[in-house]
Design a protein around this ligand. Sequence first.
Ligand SMILES: [Zn+2]
Length: 193
Amino acid sequence: MTTKKSKVLDLLIEGNKRFVNNKSENPNRNEERRKAISSKQSPFAIIVGCSDSRVSPEIIFDVGLGDLFVVRVAGNVIGSIELESIEYSALNLNSSIILVLGHENCRAVNAVVQNKTANLEKIAELIEPSVKKEQESETNNILEQAIKTNALNMKDLLEKSPNIEKLIQDKKIEVHAAYYNLKTGLVELLSKD
Ligand SMILES: [Zn+2]
């Protein structure tokens, strides 16, 4: 894909910079905003993130109510239910980017790396190809690389979904992947575009 970084992506990057630099403005979190969006939502971005309590999208991107359509599941994986949810926003709410957000020390990915996936079978199944790829490449930091590869693989999966593919062709949506650093708060873009 050769899509250029969109202005919407810049909004997220700028918000994350404020968060990293302790300059969060906490926009759109007041009564006025609640009223303005009470009858209609138009979130500018869809975030596919991990359920991890340390990776709250509205906080780390310094945005507010009605700004993000968020799908969170352990390991930020995309199965049929997640895909339907993502496509709902992409098709009906005019969101113009989808960002798959992996994060440092993701326990779901680590469970697969450690082969300790009891009670996590369905999620693990979706993460496994990314872990296998990194194990075969004999990288030094399997966990970090597998988390990044998993986010990129979920991006690829989205781009192959017919509904999303059509929106990409019509230049209505872009799909990106990123990695969140727990200590610094920095979101690092993984997509090459
Ligand atoms: Zn996680």
